[in-house]
Design a protein around this ligand. Structure first.
Ligand SMILES: CC(C)(COP(=O)(O)OP(=O)(O)OC[C@H]1O[C@@H](n2cnc3c(N)ncnc32)[C@H](O)[C@@H]1OP(=O)(O)O)[C@@H](O)C(=O)NCCC(=O)NCCS
Length: 185
């Protein structure tokens, strides 16, 4: 679990499944232009129960953290989604960050706060050296979140990810852990 001033970012539990379906159902049109095409079972209870089941061991093994964002003042309501995935160890010590926010929760600084918390978790708890995040050039809101959080642009990759059925160019960014050590000091 990641806690920030206004937010709790945690794995979903079985009791959250209906809330996940509400979140994606209500925000589907808002999120689809920036997301891979949703599978046909995306709003099915059984599919999300399975996700709840697999995400706990995924996190426990250090392979990833696919979580939801909750506001402390309404702790059962999902306002966003935040994932740290593609965790690589060895000489890379890196992961990839992804996120989204409910349409009506934008403009309050929630994702900036969540991303700062996630980067601190990746650096201090997972002891990673690098967190990468990529966005489409026209997704200026996402670019602004990353810039505020200290991510640096490393380049542009044409036809990088299949988003909403099209291979889309992405701006590649990353933040480096300036005080990385292999073990806790
Ligand atoms: C990308 C996305 C998460 C950005 O959301 P956002 O609300 O713009 O980002 P934040 O939550 O950090 O809020 C920042 C805004 O809140 C304002 N704000 C208000 N209070 C604030 C505070 N305490 N701290 C920081 N910013 C604050 C900022 O000024 C900024 O406003 P602006 O856009 O007018 O400059 C959201 O647009 C989204 O989910 N889009 C669809 C999915 C998507 O694109 N995902 C990312 C794919 S790469």
């Amino acid at each position: 679990m990641i806690e920030t001033q206004r937010l709790i970012i945690r794995l979903a539990e079985v009791a959250d499944v209906q809330e996940i379906i509400r979140y994606y159902g209500e925000n589907r049109e808002h999120l689809q232009p920036f997301s891979p095409t949703y599978p046909p079972d995306f709003l099915d209870e059984a599919a999300w129960l399975e996700q709840v089941r697999i995400r706990l061991p995924e996190f426990a093994s250090g392979a990833g953290f696919r979580a939801f964002v909750f506001a402390r003042d309404l702790p059962n309501r999902i306002i966003g989604n935040l994932n740290l995935t593609q965790v690589h160890r060895g000489p890379f010590q890196s992961c990839v960050l992804g996120y989204n926010l409910a349409a009506d929760e934008q403009g309050k600084g929630y994702m900036t706060e969540a991303v700062r918390g996630a980067v601190a978790f990746a650096f201090e708890t997972w002891r990673l050296h690098r967190v990468a995040a990529d966005y489409m050039p026209r997704n200026t809101r996402s670019g602004a979140v990353l810039e505020r959080c200290g991510f640096k642009v490393e380049g542009n990759a044409p036809a990088y990810l299949l988003i909403n059925g099209r291979w889309e160019e992405h701006v590649l960014t990353a933040i480096i852990n300036p005080s990385w050590t292999r073990t806790a000091p």
